[in-house]
Design a protein around this ligand. Sequence first.
Ligand SMILES: [Zn+2]
Length: 424
Amino acid sequence: MTNMRMTKYLLNNLILIFILFDLVSSYPGFCQSSENEIDKTVEKIHKRILTVDSHTDTPLNLMDNGFDISKMHKSTDDDSKYDFPRMKLGGLDAAFFGIFVPQGARTPAGNAKAKAKADRLFDTIYAVLDRYPGLAGLAVTPKDAYRLKRKGKRAIFIGIENGYPIGNDLSLIQAFYSKGARYITLCHTKNNDICDSSTDTVEFTGLSEFGENVVQYMNKIGMMVDVSHVSDKSFYDILAFSKAPVIASHSCARSICNNKRNMDDRMLQALAENGGVIQMCILSDYVKTPDPNPARDSARMELRRRYKNYETLPEAEQQNAHKEWNEIDHKFPEKLATVAEVVDHIDHIVKIAGINHVGIGTDFDGGGGVGGCFDVSEMKNITKELVKRRYSTRDIRKIWGGNLMRVMRKVVRVSRKLNPPCNC
Ligand SMILES: [Zn+2]
């Protein structure tokens, strides 16, 4: 056979193979079997790796006496997004339960009230873990989480959302650390004595003097500094001041969804240089800009007007406000972002900051939830999308908690360096 004839022969066969592949792959059973293969891969990955969600507001539900976290709930029934059976179903091994205290008056009385609320939330978490020792346990180190996973139990870490409960007393940081908290989100939606928030007016132009002491103190005792919610200027101040890597426990990429709560590309690069990690938030409004929904907006506005000064209201009133907020969401549903759009953010962060600086922090029970991952039982859908986009198991391990656990260990190592053993 001449070279020319040989080439023609090979080309014809190649075309035939392509036609056959096209025919087979268009047969419905083919896609089904490749979907099944992906599902099997996802199951294997979740068995092999530690999966960690760095932010949930579930303790707020636990304060509601009727809520039993050991039972499987339906988010369509009671708006809850988390319980132990659903964590297991979603292949989620560990979660940081948030001690969330909304910003109130920055006065001695306000600070005392905030601390009391934080203490009650800690007690609520302990009570649940005491009640169900066979289902879950407290984790304060990465080792604890791996040990609990091996025993088939859920690992519950604790993080504090809003530094408000420490008031002006640095020693309370140590007190909360001793109670098991391993990060503090320095502020929430309003400024506090520590720093400016991304959603409030400029007060300190970043970190306050007290805030500098807070960061320094957290570095010293080995507690992670969380930059979610802080203003851009606060973020850069914190990076300049912190001797340890920092985390953003629940934030997204601003160049994909333009929201002040998200981080722009320059911030993502700075975070990578700091050695920190941004935990992708799956709250729909941070994932994609919501479509206009004037009826819902005006209902929300009316509710805000009725529950003015929310932070100062008695707890029962606050719970009513929550309930009504959820009712509005049901009445005027928004078109939620999708899992694919969540992974678009991960793709972008990987491109800008690198695979070692991204993770997942859902904000479930605090507004989190997208189409295809509406509660914790659907967490594997994120892994499925990552597998479809050809992320390796090694990369998925990093995203699902490896990066966050690395930062946690590093923060402890830095604290040891800052506290050399005494030779006296
Ligand atoms: Zn938050």
